[in-house]
Design a protein around this ligand. Sequence first.
Ligand SMILES: NC(=O)c1ccc[n+]([C@@H]2O[C@H](COP(=O)([O-])OP(=O)(O)OC[C@H]3O[C@@H](n4cnc5c(N)ncnc54)[C@H](OP(=O)(O)O)[C@@H]3O)[C@@H](O)[C@H]2O)c1
Length: 352
Amino acid sequence: MPCVPTLPHPPRQVEVIDTDPSRPLGERLRVRAVERPPLGAGQVRVGMLAMAVNPADLLQLDGRYGLRPSLPYVAGLEGVGVVLETAPDVTDLEVGARVLPLAAGGFWADERVLHRRALVPLDAGTDALQQAMLCANPATAWVLLRHLVPLEPGDWVLQNAANSAVGQCVRQLAPALGLRVLNVVRRAQAVPAEAAQDPAWVVDTSGDSHTLKAGLARARAAVAPGRAVLALDALGGQATGGLAAALDDGGRVVVYGLMSGEPSVLPAHDLVFRGVTVQGFWLARWFADPAHRAHAKALYPELAAQLSAGALRMAVDAVHELADVAAAVQAAARPARTGKVLLRGAWWGRPL
Ligand SMILES: NC(=O)c1ccc[n+]([C@@H]2O[C@H](COP(=O)([O-])OP(=O)(O)OC[C@H]3O[C@@H](n4cnc5c(N)ncnc54)[C@H](OP(=O)(O)O)[C@@H]3O)[C@@H](O)[C@H]2O)c1
């Protein structure tokens, strides 16, 4: 019987014990050592390498996310790991294999036990930090561009929070579909240095429709004309209306994020007289639809291959140890980050 790799300490997990945002974070999170559970049929023990700290995690910590597990719950909605042990009936995964776990959460931990069917094999030679960010944001960008509004090569897609991880992925996935992207950010420093003169970037501090319309007109004149029938809104508030007003008649605003924390405000004029429509989007709901399950199977291996090829890449701001989770969460909540904040699990860099 092969020896199962173990840590020099019991595995730890980050537990949320209170979601009241008025209380200090340090009192709402705890890092707790736990016993290793035995494996059941079809199960795999996964050692966590790296885990992202996303806006969705922050919403969930404050009890404002679409999924509200009962307390205490193990935090963390995405990450990447390595296979430590498999149940005897799991014959297609070796110890040491890199895997992307697809489950409803609980990834801010040193180890997880998951069913084999929740694991997507990944290339062990690819940057694990990038793979830790694969589950949510690249997949969201993929679905937003491919599955919500029929688009044609040459169309413009408008997006705010364009420097976000989703925004980076939208920009990197769009060219293969022949799409052009108008990128809106709220501060000049968020425009990449190489795009300083690029007319497809707009700095807008207030969700102002005049700034967006002028930006789109400039981009069309400088790059190419093309329909503007899809706008991706990560913010809500006034930004939703700004995007709606900038779209062509009949265009669609997809609200997929709530970073402003404000209700979406829309000019009724654009809805009534110009036929602009608005829809919400949540990847978890989209995948829950049986009609979309087949896409999930194809999507992750393809996105993983793009990561490995370097065609998809998301910026990283900082990496914290799991025990340092409170500082990581505070860093992730700060404005004007230079990329994603991640956590490192105890299996990071540990030979098996
Ligand atoms: N619906 C879904 O299924 C789904 C899936 C994945 C992500 N999302 C959502 O997508 C959004 C982006 O996620 P991410 O992980 O890509 O984000 P991220 O990389 O953490 O970046 C956050 C972005 O939001 C901007 N921002 C934050 N607060 C803002 C405000 N009050 N006004 C304007 N901009 C603001 C930041 O701008 P600065 O750099 O200037 O601070 C940055 O561009 C989030 O709302 C997230 O919840 C939704």
